[in-house]
Design a protein around this ligand. Sequence first.
Ligand code: SAH
Length: 326
Amino acid sequence: MSSAAGKIMLVGIGPGSVDHMTHRARAAIAEADVVVGYVTYIKLVADLLEGKEVVRKGMTEELDRAVHALASAREGKKVALISSGDAGVYGMAGPTYEVLFQAGWTPESDVEVEVIPGASAINACAALVGAPLTHDFCSISLSDLLTPWPVIARRLDAVAAADFVVALYNPKSGRRTQQIVQAQQLFLRHRRPDTPVAVVKSAYRRRERIEFTTLDHMSECDIGMLTTVLIGNSHTFVRHGLMVTPRGYANKYELHGDGSTREGEKRGRSLSTGLLGWTENLRIDHAEGETVAALALRHKLPADYIEMVLTAPVEEEAVSVEESEE
Ligand code: SAH
């Protein structure tokens, strides 16, 4: 690639404090000829902007920004598009690639593209409240501006049932006030009312505010455009003002007894509830007369999956390798 070639850098600057911006993010902005972003974020890098073309943009001009960036890059300029958090998380990275592809751009063309990762709101907010993401988690945006509500509602329902820790992005705005209420209702169908919830506003910014609440009171909290809502899973707890999700989920499950392991039936069998041990136990239960339908019900898994596990060839070799490693 020739040095005269332009470049588009999609820069994630973290939650909104200079301290939480990566070295590469600052360097990317320093090497840019053109810097594009919201005023708030541009202010954070004011010391790097001397002699640069600075384009301050509003909320609804995302595609314009990408088009403008491409035009400038084709003139040989280096353009930094600034996003809060990570540019690939509900940010500019996707729309920019879409605009580029539409314009016939390929990775081999003369315009180079670099996505510079940043700490997303989920990471920043989690760090402030403790360690809520220590087990499986996901994020859902409640913004229905570009996503139909039934799609969002189905995802809320699915992850609530699957017991993920969930971060809700874009939970509420002046116009969108009922989405968070409906999210709460969907969650309450699967989760206990006292499930811990952390409401984090303006993480690592001047007006930072953290509120701990529970699922049944979640929607009464002060929630706005700069808030991320973290909903714990069924094992998440709050102690001394810290929200923590235990790492040893599988063991706990066994301890609490959700029906998936039965006391007394494990004598002489593998104690493991991992894939190998579970498969072994499943086969024994089936051989002893438990039907596929009954096994599916007990393990809360689809019958065709249980069937598949039961009929797959036994991996003797894998078992012995594992054992010899221990
Ligand atoms: N690209 C950004 C997300 C943009 S969507 C990222 O990776 O973080 C905007 C949403 O992000 C807001 O509605 C809010 O839910 C969340 N958010 C962004 N910055 C935040 C901050 N400092 N504190 C809390 N939530 C934040």
